[in-house]
Design a protein around this ligand. Structure first.
Ligand code: SF4
Ligand code: SF4
Length: 234
């Protein structure tokens, strides 16, 4: 199977239901990290972990160099291995909308979902939260379910200064995401995994698709970093 899938038909979820998707136009991302910041603020995402992140690589030869950005998040897959691998049903997929969500109260922190996600989109919530005491369970992007249910765009989409991120219902023929996916070549990450992702990229190529996939460090490394951060005297 080819590395990148040009896909618009097989990933529409349940017929007659909404199927939310995000299109990320890599040509428009300027790497300002506003999306990461908005997401951190929306969810009190702790230091060292991310629901969305914008890795980059430098391409070209000095002095003609530039950064190539590659925004990442949970793909809200149509066939999510994280849901299949969870032994206690803590992660599940909503029929209406296609959101893959997490029930903190059920999660036993076994990390099976983290191991099965081909996109490294999940992480363990560390201790030392600022506003809540939810910790030691797995978390990830929710496609801003609470905002979307109130007719708001996800925080990262609303704040995207480059209009690189576009969000909407793929099953609505009048939505901007439908228009983009139907009229432009789009790609998804790791189609060979059969997960049917619902984050579609414009301008992705073989060289960019793996940028930043391994951003997460082992929890003990993150803990070291947090301790070092906490130890700074000012
Ligand atoms: S990207 Fe990973 S965490 Fe998100 S739905 Fe797909 S397999 Fe699950
Ligand atoms: S907010 Fe938009 S332009 Fe800025 S880094 Fe995120 S995706 Fe790129």
């Amino acid at each position: 199977m080819s590395e990148l899938l040009v896909s618009n038909i097989e990933t529409r979820g349940v017929p007659g239901k909404r199927r939310f998707a995000m299109v990320i136009d890599l040509r428009r991302c300027i790497g300002c990290d506003a999306c990461m910041t908005a997401c951190k603020a929306e969810y009190d995402v702790p230091l060292g972990v991310f629901r969305t992140w914008v890795p980059y690589r430098v391409v070209g030869t000095y002095p003609n160099v530039r950064k190539q950005f590659m925004p990442r998040l949970c793909n809200h897959c149509d066939d999510p291995p994280c849901v299949r691998s969870c032994p206690v049903g803590a992660t599940y997929k909503m029929e209406d909308g296609g959101f893959v969500l997490q029930r903190y109260e059920r999660c036993i922190g076994c990390k099976a979902c983290m191991a099965s996600c081909p996109y490294n989109a999940r992480f363990m919530l560390p201790k030392n939260r600022t506003y809540t005491d939810i910790h030691s369970v797995v978390d990830k992007c929710t496609f801003c379910h609470h905002r979307v249910m109130n007719n708001l765009a996800p925080a990262c989409v609303q704040t995207c200064i480059g209009r690189s991120r576009i969000f909407g219902d793929l099953n609505d023929p009048n939505s901007e995401v439908s228009h983009l996916v139907n009229t432009l070549p789009t790609q998804v990450l790791r189609p060979e995994e059969g997960t049917k992702p619902h984050v579609f990229y414009i301008g992705l190529d073989r060289n960019t698709s793996e940028i930043g996939r391994g951003i997460y460090s082992a929890p003990e490394v993150l803990e070291e970093g947090r301790n070092a951060f906490g130890a700074v005297k000012i």
